[in-house]
Ligand binder design. Structure first.
Ligand SMILES: *Cc1c(COP(=O)(O)O)cnc(C)c1O
Length: 366
């Protein structure tokens, strides 16, 4: 059995979580503040606002930017559903652009044609840890006076032209679900240089409490999106060795590249020169003559974890129902999504496990 993913939890994680348990301070507290400091320093931003999921981080930014009823946000259909749902939470509309077939990120050449009077923001997703073309997205946003929310939930440590994912837009979000590069159990964090956005997020995550106000003063409609101290302790322990975690993952990716390079019918991940990838998942794509779904079922039967990343957002049942999207609306996304498969990938994956996956794949494609 080789799982699709799994968290890397060591002694330090257990030590810090136990410390929190013994402190008796389990709600919003000092560990979250420490985690925020580490994360702001790492991303190179002035502020970091911890929260209880990546989805809540994205939602707070949509709210904090005043995006609401009927406003439009330009984004990608090739992503996890939360990157669009966060726009729907405020009754605004996600406007999709198709993707680039090599990087699977938004095709930036199609953005300008989608801008209308209602467009308020661009929401790029650094899919699978591969940074989107932020130079071009920034140029377009500046030209049309749009805001940028970077969904960096899969991209902690990724860089575009040497600058951290999450620090290139108006604000970015990282996520820490157990299958991500780093985990806090459930958790997320917003990073930004914008003081106003930061203050709004601090308030929104904490039931709309005012900046220096009292615990029972609520100055706006807010949420309970706080990160608990147990999660923050995990986050601190993971951040202490973030470089080691990311470089181990890069080594596993290198092993796959080396061993799968010569296998016909398998298309490997591709990136551009300006991008430093942070490895979230390792997603291969089968050439058209191979049946991804059949191979997936066989691999699963052999105990090899795999999943079709992603089903396009516009083809999710409730998006079709609500917006009338159909097959053919975003042809590149749909073509890519039919062939992609995430294969086992995690920080402590051994070469023997990589070999097991590679041998199984070869049996099915050769
Ligand atoms: C994981 C993820 C999120 C947020 O996930 P949560 O489970 O809410 O932490 C958002 N966008 C993308 C692209 C993701 O992969």
């Amino acid at each position: 059995m080789i799982p699709l993913s799994g968290p890397d939890i060591g002694e330090r994680e257990k030590e810090l979580v136990l410390e929190v348990l013994q402190s008796g301070h389990l709600g919003l507290g000092p560990k979250a503040v420490e985690f925020e400091r580490m994360m702001a320093a790492y991303a190179g931003t002035k502020y970091a606002i911890s929260c209880n999921s990546g989805t809540s981080g994205l939602h707070m930014l949509v709210r904090a930017m005043g995006i609401s009823d009927g406003d439009e946000v330009i984004t990608t259909p090739f992503s996890f559903v939360a990157s669009s749902n966060c726009v729907l939470f405020e009754r605004a509309k996600p406007v999709f652009v198709d993707i680039d077939e090599a990087t699977y990120n938004m095709d930036v050449s199609q953005i300008e044609a989608k801008i209308t009077e209602r467009t308020k923001a661009i929401l790029p997703v650094h899919v699978f840890g591969q940074p989107a073309n932020m130079t071009e997205i920034r140029r377009i946003a500046d030209k049309y006076n749009l805001r940028i929310i970077e969904d960096s939930c899969e991209a902690i440590g990724a860089k575009w032209k040497g600058k951290s994912a999450g620090s290139l837009g108006d604000a970015g979000v990282f996520a820490f679900y157990p299958n991500k590069q780093l985990t806090t159990g459930e958790g997320g964090i917003v990073v930004t240089d914008d003081e106003e956005l930061a203050n709004l997020c601090f308030s929104l995550r904490n039931q709309g409490r005012g900046e220096n106000g009292l615990w029972l003063d609520h100055v706006r409609l807010g949420y309970n999106y706080r990160m608990d101290e147990l999660s923050a302790a995990l986050g601190v322990a993971q951040m202490e060795r973030v470089d080691e975690i990311l470089s181990r993952r890069a080594k596993v990716a290198d092993l796959y590249f080396e061993k799968l390079r010569e296998v016909p019918g398998i298309i490997l991940p591709q990136s551009v020169a300006d991008a430093d990838v942070s490895w979230f998942v390792y997603v291969i794509r089968f050439a058209e003559h191979l049946n991804r779904d059949e191979i997936m079922v066989s691999l699963s039967k052999e105990g090899i974890g795999c999943r079709p990343y992603f089903t396009p957002i516009h083809l999710q049942p409730f998006y079709k129902e609500q917006f009338g999207f159909q097959e053919g609306d975003f042809p590149v996304t749909e073509h890519v999504a039919k062939g992609t498969l995430a294969i086992p990938f995690f920080t402590n994956m051994t070469e023997a496990q990589v070999d097991g996956v590679v041998e199984a794949l070869k049996r099915h494609v050769l």
